[in-house]
Structure formats: C-alpha cells, structure tokens
Design a protein around this ligand. Structure first.
Ligand code: SAM
Length: 423
C-alpha cells in the first residue's frame, strides 16, 4: 500500500488548499474534510486530502522521509559531477557505478542526497508498505548463506496450513489495511501447484490486494497457474550475477542449471505479465565491487519493478557462519546507485538492512533512494523459526501503518497504475 503523506495547509481557496509537503507545495482537494484552516496538518493521497492529523504525528513521518538536499558540492571531483550528469539521462557505465560504490565523505553524502532527490522526483512522496508472511521454512535447497538450507539440522521446521495462510493474509488486508502481500517460503514442494493456486484464490476471494509469490524455483507451469489464479508479482532474487560465485554458493539447487536457469525463469515469469522484484545479496563472501556493479546493471536489464537487495548476514549452521556481514554503508550506496540507474523502481529497505542497523537503517534507507518497507506479519509462533539469518528485525511501526492504511480508491488506483508500468 502506498503511504499518504502529511503536509501543512498554507493557503485555502474554496474546495482546494495549498499543502506544503516534504517534496514541495501542491494543490489538493479538501472537499472530504470539514473545517480545514491554515496551519492544519493533513494527510493527502495524490491530490486529495483524506484525514486531519496531529502536528506531532505528521512531524514524526516527515522526519523519517525528508533527507537533506546537499547543495555544497565543493569537495567533489570533476569525475563525480560527470557521473551524476550521466545518471540524469539514465546511463551509467560499470566503471561509473563502481566509482559510486567507492564514494566516501562528501561524495557519499551527495550520492545519497541525489538518490533521494531522484526518488522524490519520480515517485513523489509515496512509500509502499508490504506485508510478508513466511509460511514455511522447509527448503530443498542448500544455499551456502541461508539458515534454512536443507543440511541445517538445527532448524525447527514448520509449515502453515492453507487456512492459516489465508487467514493471516485476509486479516492483513481487511483488518489492518495492507494492499500488498508477499507470501514467502523455502523451496518446499509439499505445497503442490494446486495448493498454491488454492491459497491465492482464497485470499483474492475475500481481499482486494496484490499478491507477490516468493517461493523460489518452481516450474514455468506452476508460475502460469499462480498467475491465472490471481498472483500479481514475484519476488525472486538472482542473488549474484557472477556465475562463478553463484555456483560456489548454490551447490545443490532444485533446478540444477545454475544462474542461467534462474535468470531464464525470471525472464519467463516477466513475460507472463508478473511484476518482478529481484536483485542481489550485498557483501557475499567473494563478491567484488565489480560484481555488485554488474548486479545493478542486471536489475536494469531485467526491468525489475522492484529492486530488492539486502546485505549478507552470516547464519549459524551454514558454511558461511564465520564470515563477516555485508557493510551497511555499501548497502546504502548500492541502493542509491540503483535509484540513479532505475529511477522509477520501488526499492525496499530490506529486513536484513534493518537487522544490521535497527536504529537508523529505515530512515537512512528512505533518505538514500529507497521508498518501500517490508513489515513482517508471520504469526509470532513461527517467526523466530524463519531464521535465514540471526536476530532478524521485526519492527513493525504502528504509526507508519496508520498512515499507510488509507483504503480509499485513489490509493488503489495509484498502485494499479504503478504496477502497469512494469508489466
Ligand atoms: N525460496 C525462495 C527463493 O529461492 O527465492 C525465497 C525464500 S529465500 C529464504 C529469500 C531470500 O533470503 C533469498 O533470496 C536471499 O536473497 C535471502 N537470504 C537468505 N539467506 C540470507 C542471508 N544469510 N543474508 C541475507 N539474505 C539472505
């Protein structure tokens, strides 16, 4: 769902008001709200005021969203300025992306500020909240980085029943107000194609929402059936675009064709009309900045609707348990560089990033080019068992949910328009 953004009324003319928001002043219709006066704070969805709110609540949200525009560019190199110019026409070479990933000090801050500006310019003030339901932690795969890998015998495995999954999703939509539901699991073939279809149909029968499936390497037929049943998007990372690194990290995958197969499946899925969310893990052992630059170019080449990338976090019970985690700053730079190259994509602040920096990641991510959040709605009794890495962040924010739960048709129409751009 997309957030309605707070703004302060600075002028009123009949049914319209000028609203000052974090991205400037805009005219909105105030016909739905009674007794609006100058100085009031309103929540607006596109060009319609939907609710009066307290100044304190509004300021909290604005604080989260409003990055500082850095105008002092004295200490940045000529090369950096040229790269930013090239970014304006959506064209960056691999070398230029690597330069951005290496930025430090003033150049890094300018990169974040530019990415924030590009995000606001292309997607206005809106951010999207997704509800993720992790319905099974069984996995046939053995990815080196993932705590759910089949050889990790310390995991207490669980599967949610069809009725449990449907209930959680329907409550997320109809009680809390989510419009985007992500259903995620390990590679768990106990859920047959027919069961996945049944889950999608049952959710859609009771809830108006977009469903993203994140179930990994299933057959083309399965993806076709899920699409027909009403699934809208697929969250399916390519993990790394370096085939050698991919082979090292995925010794025994369900589809044994390596990276080429995963990418081929992603392309097939896109052709079926799904909205796709994909990207890399940042900071995998053995991954170079060249690899990461290729990953960003790969997301562009795939025309992802959502660029989903998060830092690597080592997990006990995996071969990479003793490795270092991905770097927070590098993750933010990867988000920012991706925003410059793919200006209109949704980019989430991933749970992995929030796990590494629970205090600041959300705010810093949203001010460095990200515009979406994933809130975990997996039932509490299962949550700690879906341990792809340790100490997973579960901070849902009631205030943000309240802001984001605008259920009006404008919000739905806006989302539908956004989706169509990528299908
Ligand atoms: N089975 C599905 C698939 O293959 O796409 C989805 C589930 S999988 C657990 C979801 C994602 O978690 C993976 O695509 C991977 O990027 C991420 N992940 C797994 N282990 C991780 C780790 N240790 N650190 C960061 N991300 C990790």
């Amino acid at each position: 769902m997309c957030l309605t953004i707070p703004g302060k009324v600075i002028e009123i003319k009949d049914q319209n008001a000028l609203l000052k928001t974090s991205s400037g002043v805009r005219q909105i219709n105030i016909g739905l709200i009674s007794r609006v006066k100058v100085g009031d704070w309103l929540l607006a969805s596109i060009d319609l005021a939907v609710k009066k709110i307290k100044a304190k609540d509004a300021e909290e949200i604005l604080e989260l969203l409003s990055g500082k525009k850095i105008t002092d560019t004295n200490n940045v190199s000529f090369k950096f300025r040229e790269i930013l110019k090239n970014a304006q026409i959506g064209d960056l070479t691999k070398e230029e992306i690597i330069y951005l990933l290496k930025t430090e000090g003033q150049e890094k801050e300018v990169l974040f500020s530019e990415a924030d500006a590009v995000c606001k310019e292309n997607l206005k003030d809106f951010i999207c909240l997704h509800a993720i339901v992790e319905f099974s932690n069984y996995c046939a795969n053995n990815c080196f980085y993932c705590g759910l890998r089949s050889e990790n015998k310390t995991v207490v495995r669980y599967r949610m029943s069809i009725s449990e999954i449907v209930k959680v999703a329907n409550e997320a939509v109809n009680k809390i107000g989510y419009k985007m539901i992500v259903l995620q699991s390990g590679a768990d073939m106990q859920y047959t194609d027919e069961m996945l279809v049944e889950i999608i149909k049952k959710i859609k029968a009771k809830s108006r929402c977009f469903i993203f499936m994140s179930v990994g390497e299933r057959s083309v037929q399965c993806y076709k059936k899920m699409k027909k049943a009403g699934a809208n998007g697929v969250l399916f990372r390519f993990e790394t675009s370096n085939p050698k690194l991919y082979n090292i990290l995925h010794p025994k995958n369900t589809l044994k064709g390596g990276l080429q197969n995963r990418l081929a499946l992603l392309r097939e899925i896109k052709k079926m009309g799904y909205y796709i969310s994909s990207g890399p893990i940042i900071g995998l052992p053995g991954q170079t900045l060249e690899d990461l630059a290729d990953d960003i170019l790969m997301m562009k080449k795939l025309s992802v609707g959502m660029a989903s990338m998060g830092p690597f976090i080592p997990c006990d019970g995996t071969p990479l348990a003793g490795e270092s985690h991905g770097d927070v700053e590098l993750s933010l730079k990867t988000i920012a560089a991706s925003r410059l190259l793919i200006p209109k994509a949704r980019i989430p602040v991933t749970t992995a990033l929030e796990t590494l920096d629970p205090q600041n990641a959300r705010k810093r991510g949203l001010q460095s080019g990200a515009n979406s959040l994933m809130f975990n709605l997996t039932p509490a009794k299962y949550r700690s068992k879906y341990k792809i890495y340790p100490n997973k962040f579960h901070g849902r924010d009631k205030d943000l949910e309240d802001f984001a739960l605008y259920k009006g048709k404008e919000s739905w129409e806006m989302l539908t328009r956004e989706f169509k751009k990528y299908i």
